[in-house]
Ligand binder design. Structure first.
Ligand SMILES: O=C(O)[C@H](O)[C@@H](O)[C@H](O)[C@H](O)COP(=O)(O)O
Length: 254
């Protein structure tokens, strides 16, 4: 890992535009480096509304060569309000003109094991000949229990070392059936960005970033092997941190 950056913003509304700029600058970097696509993994939670508001506002955004995947997904029909794909489809994709065939989503009609295998196969084909999908950027959230993707504390999936994608049928957070990237896939990414806001995240953020009692929480196990790791947080979430953080001025790029 080339170093972790913890960047603190006064509020979530000030964080959003910087996140959007970061995504767009990494896309330009990937495409100008000669790669055929910019691959971006999305997560649910508050990222959906943040990206849907701030990404379309980026000037001259060209998403025609983006490849979108999902860090995890809930096994529900796309029409279900719990579907992460469904939320992005309704709130974002139409606004930024992502071609439909450049979105890698689960097939929610399949049983969970087959659904995970099918999604792993889609990623494998899209990232061939790489052995493991290497996303240019993954955007992650963190639950108050320290989970990220659908990787929950003390769950056996935290030990997964072979599969790139796995099913989970006993998610402690509903809905119970989900499909998730595993830690090897998350940690293969070129850039991982956590977004965490609100005072309810302060204790878990401190535990994840500065350590605490008990085994490492799932979010603390995210450490891209050769990539960058950003934590973009707001002041209420950062309230208990004592380690060094960055506080960019208004409008500054990171
Ligand atoms: O699949 C889920 O149940 C949620 O998407 C969940 O994992 C969420 O991403 C985190 O709890 C962070 O949520 P916030 O972005 O709201 O902090």
């Amino acid at each position: 890992m080339s170093g972790r950056r913890v960047v603190v913003f006064p509020s979530a509304s000030e964080l959003g535009p910087t996140l959007a700029q970061l995504v767009s600058s990494r896309a330009e970097k990937a495409l100008s480096a000669g790669r055929s696509s910019f691959s971006l993994g999305l997560s649910g939670g508050s990222l959906v509304s943040m990206l849907s508001k701030d990404l379309p506002a980026v000037e001259n955004l060209d998403c025609s060569r983006w490849l979108i995947g999902f860090c995890d997904e809930r096994l529900v029909p796309f029409s279900d309000p719990e579907s992460t794909y469904g939320l992005y489809k309704n709130q974002l994709f139409g606004k930024i003109n992502i071609p439909e065939d450049r979105i890698l989503a689960i097939d929610p009609s399949l049983p969970v094991q087959e659904c995970a295998d099918d999604y792993a196969d889609k990623l494998s084909k899209a990232f061939s000949p790489e052995q493991i999908p290497v996303f240019d950027m993954l955007l992650l959230g963190m639950g108050p229990d320290g989970h990220t993707c659908s990787l929950f504390p003390d769950h056996p999936l935290l030990q997964e070392s072979q599969r790139t994608v796995a099913p989970i049928s006993d998610s402690p957070k509903p809905p119970p059936q989900r499909v998730t990237m595993t830690l090897p896939t998350v940690n293969a990414a070129r850039c991982v960005v956590f977004v965490s806001t609100g005072g309810s995240k302060a204790p878990v953020l401190k535990h994840v970033l500065e350590g605490g009692e008990g085994p490492a929480l799932p979010s603390a196990l995210v450490a891209p092997r050769q990539g960058e790791l950003f934590w973009l947080v707001d002041e209420p979430a950062a309230a208990l941190l004592t380690s060094q953080v960055e506080r960019p001025g208004p409008g500054a790029k990171i």
